[in-house]
Design a protein. Sequence first.
Length: 317
Amino acid sequence: MTDKYCRPNFVLADCQSIIGTVTSLSLLCSRGKLPVFDINFASLHKCFSLCLEGNTWNGDMNLPPDHPLELVVVKRDAGWQCLQDRTKVIKTPDNLDHLPCTLIADITVVSAVNGWLNTCPIPILRQFILDVLGKPSIGIPFFSLPASKSYHHCYPGGLAAHSLETAEHTIASCRLFPEHEQWLAATCALLHDIGKVKTFTSNGRKTRLGQLIPHEQLTMEVLAEPLCTLSHNWEDGAIAIRSILDWVLNKKKERPPLPCAIAVQAADRLSAAQNNRDHLFRSQPTWAQFTSDRRPGHVSRYWRLNQVAKKLQLFPS
């Protein structure tokens, strides 16, 4: 059995349906009125160099859509080629597997966030997070940037690692809250630093925008469109996310309208301090119990009590 889009010697098994992200695009030539493009296309686990004929998503071919694409490709003698009228834009992804492995610092963090999202019992919140992180312009830097230049999680992919830790700590400390409040808080924890995708470069330096506008203000800007979509389906949920983030990001002193916001703030500080302590002790001998971070603005002293516990046999085998 042959596919009508393939040459007669290509069977259906030679065709693959793949969901991923366009990472680069260049014009090769024109066939009649149709342009022919060379595309680099990647997902979390695969990457392809493809030939695509024509404008298949009805947009500017020099500016691919900020959404994952589903392509059907066939392997020909000259390489992989897209089947033009089977290409479609996916505006509501089911997971983050479409993010390109070629541009992600650590794909294991993407898989970890995918796994964490699968435990979320509230589909509308899971989709909200996917609407934010599923956009390549947001998801790629989120999973590739450091969380800070030199304080904590200061390595490629550190922003996502810190955000996931903050979300996990938040869930762990909110067990006594109603389930929907637990996950609203955890959602805010995961996305509390999303504004950094616009303020940081890959080496942790501030962008021009980041030198002028705090990332806390840009967080709400990044979330504006997904929040608008969420409000159509769950207005209180969208308001709750705005309220929690407003209290956390603006460091307000009065008690928050939703007490679970306190857990988000504490989880953020816990993740940063834990990573900073681990980093400082990494350069210390195993017997050392104290270490200090004396950088301007981050003066901290940490204690490691492993050996005290071992010496006193507090944890008998």
